[in-house]
Design a protein around this ligand. Structure first.
Ligand SMILES: Cc1ncc(C[n+]2csc(CCOP(=O)(O)OP(=O)(O)O)c2C)c(N)n1
Ligand SMILES: [Mg+2]
Length: 318
């Protein structure tokens, strides 16, 4: 990879990390309400998994969705406004943190139902194949999703019909406070997926380069009509499950261990070693991110809620 590409990956991770630091601040100030789940720590998974995508490809994922939206090319201002519940948010303030969605960048949500995005991803891929469109679907879900019935139906059908899906399982070791060995009969989630006869890999999700490399193979296979692949990305969320979770089920040492493997300084070191990049290049990225995020918060603060007469627009059923 070129230096400029690696610096861009670093920028995307910084943007997602910084955005969520602002979200946490605004949440504590009471400007953001409802459920709010942070992705901090897992950025290399999303940046790596989406690295090889084209504009026409689809991305879909869980409620831990701020990073997906931003990395896919979403506007940080419209994301922040959405979290504030304001009308210039990407879903007019009707979706909130868990339901970011933007057709314009083919980011098709943000789903609050565990594994709910999996059958939708299979359906999107089926539609693309049926219409002979050259599209790949990247579907993000957690370890907890692999214990749900629809997850197994979706993987089975995707494999049976050789659909262009890349299944990205973010194994952050916990579903809320329940650890993987307590909830999954098979601890290796990659091994569990082999039942559906597709290529599987287990990848260090704290390492952008390893993630993009695994995703590159999976996306190329999907594009070539070879069907789905499964990536188990081993990663960790630094925060509690949601803003209201103090995370007492994890030891301090465990959290510190994973923070010592943070994907941002890791990629920074690689760039410095291989390209002799100076501190000022990283400082410039940090300054750019800070500017963009200041602007996002200002934009959200200046907005307002959708007027009452518009709130029932976009509702499908009476
Ligand atoms: C079908 C369903 N069951 C239960 C819940 C409640 N719930 C919300 S998040 C969550 C844990 C999911 O964990 P995981 O899939 O590992 O994702 P992570 O939060 O770790 O990213 C649960 C049980 C839900 N949203 N949907
Ligand atoms: Mg999990």
């Amino acid at each position: 990879m070129k230096k400029s590409e690696l610096l861009h990956a670093y920028y995307l991770m910084r943007l997602a990390r910084g955005f969520e630091a602002r979200v946490a601040e605004q949440y504590l100030k009471g400007r953001i309400g409802g459920f709010c789940h942070l992705y901090s720590g897992e950025e290399a998974v999303a940046v790596g998994a989406m690295w090889h995508l084209r504009k026409e490809d689809y991305v879909i994922g869980s409620y831990r969705d701020h990073a997906y939206y931003l990395i896919r090319g979403g506007d940080p201002r419209r994301a922040m406004a959405e979290l504030f519940g304001h009308e210039d948010g990407c879903c007019k303030g009707k979706g909130g943190s868990m339901h970011l969605f933007d057709r314009g960048i083919n980011f098709l949500g943000g789903y609050a139902i565990v594994a709910g995005m999996c059958p939708i991803a299979a359906g999107l891929a089926k539609a693309a194949a049926y219409r002979k469109e050259d599209r790949v679907v990247v579907c993000f879900f957690g370890d907890g999703a692999t214990n749900q019935g629809v997850y197994h139906e979706a993987l089975n059908m995707a494999s049976l019909y050789k659909l262009p899906v890349v299944w990205v399982c973010e194994n952050n070791y916990y579903a809320i406070g329940t650890s993987v060995p307590r909830s999954s009969a098979r601890e290796s989630l990659a091994a569990k997926a082999t039942a559906y006869d597709m290529p599987v890999s287990t990848v260090d999700g704290m390492d952008f380069l390893k993630m993009q490399s695994a995703a590159g193979r999976a996306v190329a296979a999907a594009r070539a009509g070879k069907g789905p692949s499964f990536i188990e990305a081993k990663c960790y969320r630094y925060r509690g499950h949601s803003m209201s979770d103090p995370g007492t089920y994890r030891s301090k040492e465990e959290v510190e261990y994973w923070k010592s493997r943070d994907p941002l300084p890791h990629l920074k070191r690689i760039i410095q070693d291989d390209f002799e990049a100076g501190e000022e290049e990283f400082a410039a990225i940090d300054a750019r991110v800070a500017r963009e995020l200041d602007e996002a918060v200002r934009f959200a603060e200046a907005g307002r809620e959708l007027p009452p007469e518009k709130r029932l627009e976009d509702v499908y059923a009476e």
